[in-house]
Write a protein that binds this ligand. Sequence first.
Ligand code: SAM
Length: 189
Amino acid sequence: MNQEERMYVVGSQKITIQEEIIGKRILDIGGGGEGIIGLCYGDRVIAIDPRKDELEEAPDGPLKIVMDARELSFLKNSFDAVTSFFTLMYINKDDHEKVFREIYRVLKDNGEFVLWDAIIPEYDGSIKDIFVIQLEIDTPIKIIKTGYGISRKDKDQDVEYFISIGENLGFEAIKVESQDKVFKIIFRK
Ligand SMILES: C[S@@+](CC[C@H](N)C(=O)[O-])C[C@H]1O[C@@H](n2cnc3c(N)ncnc32)[C@H](O)[C@@H]1O
């Protein structure tokens, strides 16, 4: 079977990044690849990603550091904001709570965690076992068309799932926007 036959494709989802993210220092989790947050917010961003090649591919501007979101090497209360742009879908669900805990720790009080991600349905055992989401991202710099893909197994997730993880750790979900199969949640510490 070829790759295309295995793909469960969610077609073009539109995302606009326009609102200002609070504060001077932003930590972007999984900031490699297209590096959308680094592109938009430049040298205010520290982009971490365990994959050096993904960081090298991302646009210049941020300080890029090879690091895993499950174990951040920063001291507590270090950042005004933390962002995750379609990164949590790449991280096993078993590790989500650990990542949220780390984000909470490194955020300053009243700091914000801005999470963009996909709504992924439960895997039904079909041959379409690769989830692909196609995005059209409207940034203040340019429009970027891209797609992110992962194995579907044990990856089902939605807005309520993430709000529950965040609130159990002490975050307050202060803004929730969802449209079709993508969402944005702003959590405040
Ligand atoms: C495809 S990118 C998502 C989009 C990316 N944020 C952007 O702006 O283009 C997902 C990234 O998450 C990274 N990632 C996977 N596991 C991670 C982890 N445990 N901690 C931090 N980043 C991780 C991957 O290496 C990959 O670069």
